[in-house]
Design a protein around this ligand. Structure first.
Ligand SMILES: Nc1nc2c(ncn2[C@@H]2O[C@H](COP(=O)(O)OP(=O)(O)O)[C@@H](O)[C@H]2O)c(=O)[nH]1
Ligand SMILES: [Mg+2]
Length: 176
């Protein structure tokens, strides 16, 4: 199972809904409605038209108990809303807390920088000085991948699907 976590309203449910569609980057329909996830939400998505993956979303308000699910997760996605200047500092603390937890030391981590379509979001310089992604990817024990997305417009959702597909392939090999 793959876990997706992050503060409330960063776009976790919308991303999963987009991925449930076979071509998440070809956005034909309007933005699907999402309701704030209370507790946890399990979704099955089919990536690259062939692999079914179960993804567990943990509502942002459940931050204090995210760690209870690390044990059962073979990969973790952490989503950040790059348009919300007032929320990114807490997102940074939550990200670092997750990365330093003993049960995540060996899991691949995907950091999703979402809502890049919103004007006046964090600049690259601002996010780099807050998150220090360069240092993080060098020093953290996890294999960290960073992808900028718009779950609304579909930007880079193909890259997210590919990452999910790769993690599942690796899990099959390691459990074989
Ligand atoms: N502009 C914009 N809005 C987004 C994006 N992703 C999600 N949203 C909106 O943000 C709100 C919260 O999304 P939701 O998926 O419920 O967030 P969650 O709490 O993390 O599951 C909804 O109104 C979404 O339509 C994005 O990339 N760009
Ligand atoms: Mg949600």
């Amino acid at each position: 199972m793959i876990l997706i976590i992050g503060p409330p309203s960063v776009g976790k449910t919308l991303l999963l809904k987009r991925l449930q569609n076979n071509h998440p980057t070809l956005i034909k329909e309007d933005v699907p409605a999402t309701i704030s996830t209370v507790g946890t939400n399990l979704m099955t998505v089919t990536v690259l038209k062939k692999t079914e993956v179960t993804i567990r979303e943990m509502g942002g308000a459940m931050g204090p108990i995210w760690h209870n699910y690390y044990k059962d997760s073979h990969a973790v996605m952490f989503m950040i809303d790059m348009s919300k200047h007032t929320q990114v500092a807490i997102a940074c603390v939550q990200l670092l807390t997750m990365l330093s937890h003993p049960l995540t030391q060996n899991v691949p981590v995907l950091i999703i920088l979402n809502k890049i379509d919103v004007p006046n979001g964090l600049t690259n310089a601002e996010s780099e000085s807050l998150f220090r992604f360069d240092e993080l990817t060098k020093q953290a024990p996890q294999k960290i991948t960073i992808i900028e997305t718009s779950a609304k417009n579909g930007n880079n959702l193909d890259k997210v699907a590919k990452w999910i597909y790769e993690q599942n392939k690796n899990e099959d090999i390691s459990s074989a």
